[in-house]
Design a protein around this ligand. Sequence first.
Ligand code: ATP
Ligand code: MG
Length: 281
Amino acid sequence: MTELKSKYPPMTLNMAPAPEHQPSRALSGYGNPDLNSGSSLLMIQSVTVSFDGFKALNDLSFAVAERELRAIIGPNGAGKTTFMDVVTGKTRPDRGRVMFGATDLLRRTEASIAQLGIGRKFQRPTVFEEQTVFENLTLALANPRSPSASIAYRMSAGDRDRIHEIAGLIHLSDVLDVASGSLSHGQKQWLEIGMVLAQQPRLLLVDEPAAGMTPAERDRTVTILRNVAETCAVVVIEHDMEFVRNLSCRVTVLNEGMVLAEGSMDDVVRNEDVIDVYLGR
Ligand SMILES: Nc1ncnc2c1ncn2[C@@H]1O[C@H](COP(=O)(O)OP(=O)(O)OP(=O)(O)O)[C@@H](O)[C@H]1O
Ligand SMILES: [Mg+2]
């Protein structure tokens, strides 16, 4: 496919190639050693979000390193999705700081945050069902150009290689010519991840990827996210504890808009507070 037709609706995945990363300044306080390392890609500091007086995030602070894979767990209503909404600029906090490298995200619009290289995969699949996997990936790759440029987009050999590379990463190389509507639920989710990756993010945010997947799809999703995290930081919200364990990464437990615990999966499942509010006895 060398041309994209004008019937394609505009996408919200706009992201230009990420600018050079500038390490953020070292910060003091907040009791989290990661916040003092100076090597954080994403830094959330004392962020509070209120909805009609209810604090969905309550003085939340934590940090994610460059190319880190991080899981976020916690009870319903803990503020996990709200955290992603703040990072992507969808929700504005009442107070606090949100830094992406040296960039203050609170001074940026939602569209410009996406262009900085923060990609988000939403729970609800938004692939174009009539189009093939290849066409969907092509669309995502072409998207940073202006809408008029998208219509007349011509694929370079480099773009084609990139699509095949992404398809391999998301385990869809064998179905590139298949209409996306006939993919399994899991495959559609992987395609969505691939479409975000086509925009070359430095940080990928994924909210409950395992929901509705078969056990085999979940295992494959773990592999995909671990591989993605070799080139870009990945933050995954998930309730499926086996899935989180298999990610083998640092886990942040949120509760009532705050960090309740953070550490390895073994650390957090042994934490008495985590057992009380989330895992149960
Ligand atoms: N736009 C909004 N208006 C009002 N309240 C909201 C809004 N968004 C979130 N909330 C509330 O903020 C709290 C945190 O919600 P959030 O969606 O971040 O939780 P969560 O940790 O993602 O939960 P879940 O595991 O159920 O997805 C909840 O009490 C929710 O009802
Ligand atoms: Mg949520």
